[in-house]
Design a protein around this ligand. Structure first.
Ligand code: FO1
Length: 327
């Protein structure tokens, strides 16, 4: 079985390749839920839905989230009522949030509800939320983002930062509210301990992979089997392919390169896969104690994603010698 730690768009792209590299029923994704929010009384899980819609070939290809061919009647009606329509929920996407919210109100757990949704979308891969407990990523805006009244540094919710402010503001801190009390969702620890390989998808190291590894018990379970945990860098040639990962790394004091990613991942992953554009940083990655494999990681189409996954799964497990470079 292959277990993938997943955030949103980048992870969804990798998973599309993974279910072509191995049978989909052998794939489990442990998905970040720290982006989740309640809006209009609806429980919304953006990363779970992005992965679901992508694997169902139903995702909006322009945005990477939401459903293709959406209509926006409900949002338009809400706007006319003076409601908050900044977080765009399409009419069919609302069906997912209505179902999830109703089922959670029935007392079903997010794991069970996610299984119902993925089954309805015809997905054979298993999607697990990282936890069923509430965890919320909070972002502190750096001092130059604070209102002129000189208030202390402002902390806002992740979607307020990511969507509300279009992440177009410098940050000075990130924390995962509720993380200390969070328990791994049912099946998560077993999916880590019993996997042949664990893959860390090319998601944002701070706010997508970070929360998953921070759930008490998950980080240790990964570290205990570090030898076959393989991570794909979301940073290519010093920039993120989508979203603010590179800027967040820099603003939080990390090196915004594959070497900076290696420093964040080396405790729980033994190999970092970097794109050919970062071939000259292999020594820097290995100096951080990770093996470094160089291969195309920019998933421009599902073929590249499938080849990348085949490469990840073909990694031998020699002790010591770095993979991907002839000695
Ligand atoms: N991202 C945006 O930039 N703007 C939106 O209006 C927006 C709405 C939205 C609705 C449902 C959903 O599942 C995702 C949505 N996203 C939107 C993406 C979301 O903010 C990000 O995918 C994750 O939270 C970060 O990975």
């Amino acid at each position: 079985m292959i277990t993938v730690l997943a955030g949103g768009v980048g992870a969804a792209r990798l998973l599309r390749g993974m279910i072509r590299a191995v049978p989909a029923h052998e794939v489990t994704a442990i998905v970040n839920t720290a982006d989740d929010l309640v809006l209009h009384g609806l429980s919304i899980s953006p990363d779970l839905d992005t992965v679901t819609y992508t694997l169902a070939e139903a995702v909006n290809p322009e945005t990477g989230w939401g459903l293709v061919g959406e209509t926006w009647q409900a949002m338009d009606a809400l706007e006319q009522l003076g409601g908050a329509a900044w977080f765009r929920l399409g009419d069919r996407d609302l069906g997912t949030h209505l179902h999830r919210t109703g089922r959670l109100a029935d007392g079903a757990g997010l794991t069970e509800v996610t299984a119902e949704i993925t089954r309805a979308f015809g997905i054979d891969a298993r999607l697990l939320p990282m936890t069923e407990d509430r965890v919320a990523t909070m972002v502190t805006l750096s001092s130059d983002g604070v209102p002129a009244d000189g208030a202390t540094e402002m902390e806002i919710g992740f979607q307020d930062y990511f969507v509300g402010l279009r992440h177009d503001v410098a940050i000075s801190g990130v924390r995962f509210d509720g993380i200390d009390a969070a328990r791994p969702a049912p099946g998560v620890l077993d999916a880590i301990t019993s996997a042949d390989t664990v893959v860390v998808a090319p998601s944002n190291p701070i706010v997508s992979i970070g929360p998953v590894v921070a759930v008490p018990g998950i980080g240790k379970a990964l570290a205990d089997r570090r030898d076959n945990v393989v991570a794909v860098s979301p940073i290519v040639a010093g920039s993120a392919l989508k979203g603010p990962a590179e800027r967040m790394l820099r603003e939080l004091g990390h090196e915004p390169t594959v070497v900076g990613v290696a420093r964040l991942y080396r405790d729980f992953a033994s190999t970092l896969v970097v794109d050919s554009a970062d071939g000259e940083l292999v020594d820097g990655v290995e100096a951080e104690g990770m093996r470094c494999l160089v291969t195309p990681t920019v998933m421009t189409d599902v073929g590249v994603a499938t080849d990348l996954c085949r490469t990840l799964l073909s990694l031998d497990r020699p002790v010591g010698s770095p993979a991907g470079r002839p000695r």
